[in-house]
Ligand binder design. Sequence first.
Ligand SMILES: Nc1ncnc2c1ncn2[C@@H]1O[C@H](COP(=O)(O)OP(=O)(O)OP(=O)(O)O)[C@@H](O)[C@H]1O
Length: 227
Amino acid sequence: MNSIVLSSHDLSKQYRDGKRDVQVFEKIDFELRQGEAVAIVGSSGSGKTTLLNLLAGLDKASQGSVEIDGIAWHSLSDSKRSKLRNEKLGFVYQFHHLLPEFSALENVMMPLLIAGDNTAKAKGIATQLLTEVGLSSRLTHRPSQLSGGERQRVAIARALAQNPACVLMDEPTGNLDETTSLEIQDLILRLKREKNMAFLVVTHDEKMLSWMDRAYRLSNRTLEKIE
Ligand SMILES: Nc1ncnc2c1ncn2[C@@H]1O[C@H](COP(=O)(O)OP(=O)(O)OP(=O)(O)O)[C@@H](O)[C@H]1O
């Protein structure tokens, strides 16, 4: 069986709201293995973003722990946590946050340059990734010159730049039409198959559930498996 990339144990989160504590969720046990695509759905305010941030080590749990490749986020210093996050995780959000003044190629090169690769190496890897997502003819286009689906594919290529074990996606098809959503679906399925990458997708799009390996609903402060 493929190894576990991301897991949570007894994970609880509460926020202090004025004088009272608001429990978002409690005692969540979760596992994501290499090569799996797993979805989490839930109504607005159910805690999906909070959970994603905890899994990514971007926020601290109230109780319980999250492990990435067997290492607990809370056992690391801030700098080691950032380093591990950059190495192991890729992020794709609905509003992809591409840098508007840079080309598709430069946007994908950026995390590699920040990680210390030289320009030639970063350019080579970014060109290959953009080719893999079907954008070899769009390398020099800026985000404003690309369609919504093309921008999302640039964001996916950028998330893959450091060959992460796991890609976390928040509403990856949220602002896309049906045809473009299907293209993103095909791309995720291919990357899963060819690179054995794990995908965790937070979505409102219930259509995505049909092609996921597993799906959960965040509701009543717990994660319920959707059968
Ligand atoms: N920093 C915070 N302080 C206090 N309460 C918070 C904070 N962040 C989130 N919450 C509350 O926690 C709950 C879960 O929020 P969260 O953003 O995780 O939900 P969500 O499922 O991602 O919602 P949506 O689908 O609308 O984005 C909400 O009730 C929200 O108001």
